[in-house]
Design a protein around this ligand. Sequence first.
Ligand code: GUN
Length: 289
Amino acid sequence: MAQIIDGKALAAQVLERTAKDVADMIAGGGVAPGLAVILVGNDPASEVYVGRKIAQCRKAGILSLEHRLPADTPQADVLALIDQFNADPAVHGILVQLPLPKHINAALVLDRIDPAKDVDGFHPVNVGRLSTGTGGLVPCTPLGVMLLLDSVIDDYRGLNVVVIGKSNIVGKPVSMLLLEREATVTVTHIETRDLPDVARKADIIVAAAGAPHLVRGYWVKPGAVVIDVGINRVTDHDGKTRLIGDCATHELDHAKAVTPVPGGVGPMTIACLLSNTVLAAKRSSPDFQ
Ligand code: GUN
């Protein structure tokens, strides 16, 4: 029977540590870390994610400034709001929830965020820092994936990792983090040939394809660790919707460990957003060296 890695419990530990960090900063005469969250439009999934992020901020003592803008907000207004937050010393982190409406150029918006406040780690400066292993802010979901993996793996050196999906949010950054640990990383995607055969060679699979139950039991080598980043909303025969991952977890008894959906990667992403905000706030302090 595969071990189920409890993302909720691990996220609770990260949140507890983050809340303690915030309390220590304030007790030391500092200000509370501040996170500005910008949501443009009313994508239902984004609304849920943003609501969760803000609720967790409050619990941890992080000040959250929420800006919900209508779907037809001009791009120039979004850029002006980012300029305002870049200049505001009470704001240590800025998050623009993706996806943005089609008339807004997401790359331009992300480029406008001060890299020191880019708690999502999507700015090209932070992407470059990650790929050169020179600090910066690291995207939250990949950070969460690494913490989940660290709970079952001590030494990554030489392990074969297959990452499924090459997105800027998960696939590419998680590959960089695993390379830093000296794993042998294969990044696969929709055009990869013989994907089940490639996956079967993996000691670790990170599935971030956004394809419900793509990874079947026969794709997974006995004893492999499987991290399921997928969050797919599916409708059952009775009309009820539920969330399922990219992995057919019920076929993975022969794995060493797997993450559930929900309750695996999802809670870790939010916890890491909060820890990134505290990190950005600490680095902005004149005492930071
Ligand atoms: N949309 C889906 N995932 C993310 C994320 O990690 N950050 C932001 N800002 N938007 C997202």
